[in-house]
Structures are given as structure tokens and as C-alpha cells.
Design a protein around this ligand. Structure first.
Ligand SMILES: CC(C)(COP(=O)(O)OP(=O)(O)OC[C@H]1O[C@@H](n2cnc3c(N)ncnc32)[C@H](O)[C@@H]1OP(=O)(O)O)[C@@H](O)C(=O)NCCC(=O)NCCS
Length: 337
């Protein structure tokens, strides 16, 4: 947010602010209860983030620095609440209020999984792993959703509306959906013996090795190395997902294969993240919600930079007309006669 790491006092103030803005207006709860039992949690998140703009009409005052700060804090603080409630809706379970004694991620896990216990305290290793995943997803240049936030934000609308556009972009399978595709692929492969035939199919151009390759990272995806470590930590708590063995073997074989080496294809962040999310027992529809929570600080940092940029104008890509040069207008009465 500020372009530099915080001093201790700044850090403490930040944690305090984020922790004490986790609650949402009670009417937001009523609004979210109105969704169907089978509503996709990402659709619920997108709608409820957008709805926050009506609860904070002052958020439109984007030229005021204190005001911007307030909305940024609110949004980062409330995303886990909205995300967790979107999850609980599909399960028919009551929404759990935030527990401000807990850390950002521990509180999120409490709102997701708490039932009748007085206090939900997740295993520290799980909290740490999810924290790491949030940090790894925080920002990643001008990807589709960040570009959506910037484009919508360039109209000088409030940040809730801009971020809900980012959530919408992330909802699409080409953006947030690759880790789910990895799980489907691993299930389809089924066992280690089937890997060589699968790799051959990829090399023959019949399909892609999901979770491999990246538009920018052509050596390796630095996030993948960290995620692999988080994977081991999570499975220590939850027990190993049998798909992990297939994933590791697949990675090993692909990294030694000329096809992948020559094309500079390495595991990316999505290769292992789906396995971790599954170990937490998140259904695949929740994967992008987790991504959105982690990406929110990045979207807001980009938005904050954008609205302070003196050269920034409203987004307006140039359109080049490629249709017919001459088209005569024929009135409907003649066309439909
Ligand atoms: C991420 C991705 C879209 C980047 O694509 P890109 O930068 O446009 O790379 P290209 O599509 O130009 O691929 C370059 C070459 O590698 C091949 N290739 C790229 N990714 C591949 C993959 N995952 N499996 C097999 N071959 C792959 C292409 O077929 C192409 O081969 P060619 O030169 O013989 O035609 C692509 O690697 C991909 O589809 N990966 C799988 C999906 C995924 O994991 N997405 C999450 C990204 S974080």
C-alpha cells in the first residue's frame, strides 16, 4: 500500500485497523442470505463487494487520502467475512461472525469452519500455509482482473465497484480456474503408470499439461517452489492427498523431458495450490474466492496508485473498425416486409 515495509508502530496500527473492520453491516448478512442454496460463492462475493459501495456512499470521494485509506482498510478486512459467508451459504450453515482475537487468516478459518465450539482455533501450520498462499497471490502485474480493476477505477468510481469488477474477471475459468483444471487432470491420469501415455498425448498436441507454463516466467515460477513447501506442511496435518504422488511424478518426468525443457515449461503457482485447497476440504468453487481474498490488497494498491496518477485518464482502448466499408441503411419496414 505504501511502497515500503512498515515500522513496528505502522505495522501494529495496520493490524489493529484491519482487525477491527472485519464486521459488515447486518443488512449485508440479510442480503447474502437471499442467495439460492446453490449460489456460486464467487458470484456471491462479487455481488456483496459491489453492494458495499451502497453502505459506504462516502467511498466515492476518491480524491481524499484519508477516505481512500478507510475504504482500503474496510475492504481488506471484510473480504474474508464475505468469502467465508459465501462458503457457508452453500452448506446451509449459519454465518459465523468474525473473532477479532484471531489473526487475519485464523479468523477466516474460524468463519469458515466453526460450528458449536466456543472458539475455533485452527492448526497453526494450516494458518501459516494459507497465509503464505494469500501473500503469494497478492499482486501479479497487469493480469486480467487487475486490468479490470484499473479500467473500471479509471472512471473514478468508488473502489468497491472497481474491485467487484476484478472479482468478476477472476471468476472466469481462464484466469482463476487453472488449479481446478490441474486437479481434474490428475484425477483423469489416475495413477503413476498412466503418466507416460499422458505426457505423450501432451507432446502430440492433444492436450496441455495444466499447471505448467507461464506467459512471463520462462525459467521457473518462484511461487511454485514456495507452494510446494507449503504443500508438505499442510499434508503433515491433513494426511497426504493421493494425487500428490501423481503430481510429483508428473513434475519429475516433465522436467526431464526435452519437449518441456526446450519450451521452457515449468510448474506454475497453480500446479500445487489446488492440492492444498483440497486438503483444507474447500470445494473447487471456493478456489477463486481464496484467490480473490489474497489478491484484494494488490488490486487496491494498484487502484490507489491509479487514482493518484496525474497522467491517468479514463480507460478507452482504441477501436479499429474491420467490418464492411459501405453499408446502406434499410428501414425495418422494408427489411421485414
Ligand atoms: C500459461 C499459458 C497460457 C502461457 O501460454 P503462452 O505464454 O501463450 O505460451 P504458448 O501457448 O505460446 O506456448 C509455447 C509453446 O509451449 C507449449 N505449451 C505451453 N504451455 C503448455 C502446457 N501447459 N502443456 C503443454 N505444452 C505447452 C505450446 O504448445 C507451445 O508449443 P509450440 O511452440 O510447439 O507451439 C500456457 O503455458 C498454458 O496454457 N498453461 C496451462 C494452463 C495453466 O497452467 N495456466 C495457469 C497460468 S498461471
Amino acid at each position: 500500500m505504501h511502497g515500503a515495509l512498515p515500522s513496528k508502530a505502522e505495522y501494529d496500527a495496520w493490524v489493529h485497523e484491519i482487525t477491527y473492520h472485519t464486521f459488515v453491516h447486518e443488512n449485508v448478512k440479510g442480503f447474502m442470505e437471499g442467495f439460492r442454496y446453490d449460489a456460486h460463492p464467487m458470484g456471491m462475493l462479487m455481488a456483496s463487494v459491489g453492494a458495499l459501495s451502497t453502505f459506504y456512499p462516502d467511498a466515492g470521494n476518491i480524491s481524499d487520502a484519508d477516505n481512500r485509506h478507510m475504504q482500503i482498510v474496510r475492504m481488506i478486512a471484510k473480504m474474508p467475512t464475505l468469502g467465508a459467508w459465501s462458503f457457508r451459504n452453500a452448506q446451509g450453515k449459519p454465518f459465523i461472525y468474525p473473532d477479532n482475537d484471531l489473526s487475519y487468516t485464523a479468523n477466516f478459518l474460524s468463519m469458515l469452519f466453526k460450528m458449536s465450539e466456543q472458539k475455533y482455533e485452527a492448526d497453526e501450520r494450516l494458518v501459516k500455509a494459507l497465509d503464505v498462499l494469500f501473500i503469494l497471490h497478492a499482486d501479479h502485474e497487469q493480469n486480467c482482473s487487475t486490468n479490470a480493476v484499473r479500467s473500471v477505477g479509471s472512471s473514478q468510481v468508488d473502489p468497491y465497484s472497481a474491485v467487484s469488477a476484478g472479482v468478476g474477471a477472476l471468476y472466469g475459468p481462464l484466469h482463476g480456474g487453472a488449479n481446478e483444471a490441474v486437479l481434474k487432470m490428475l484425477r483423469r491420469i489416475g495413477s503413476k503408470e498412466n503418466i507416460p501415455a499422458f505426457i505423450q498425448g501432451v507432446k502430440d498436441g492433444n492436450e496441455r499439461l495444466m499447471g505448467f507454463g507461464h506467459r512471463v516466467y520462462k525459467n521457473f515460477d518462484p511461487r511454485a517452489t514456495i507452494i510446494k513447501k507449503a504443500c508438505d506442511d499442510v499434508f503433515e496435518v491433513t494426511g497426504v492427498n493421493p494425487l500428490l504422488e501423481i503430481a510429483k511424478e508428473l513434475e519429475k518426468i516433465a522436467l526431464e523431458d526435452e519437449y518441456f525443457i526446450s519450451r521452457k515449461l515449468y510448474p506454475n503457482v497453480d500446479f500445487y495450490s489446488g492440492l492444498i485447497y483440497e486438503a483444507f476440504q474447500f470445494p473447487p468453487e471456493m478456489f477463486t474466492v481464496l484467490f480473490a481474498i489474497g489478491r484484494t490488497p494488490g488490486w487496491l494498491a494498484q487502484w490507489s496508485e491509479l487514482v493518484q496518477d496525474k497522467e491517468q485518464k479514463i480507460a478507452r482502448p482504441k477501436q479499429i473498425y474491420t467490418g464492411e466499408r459501405r453499408l446502406n441503411f434499410v428501414p425495418a419496414s422494408e427489411r421485414w416486409a
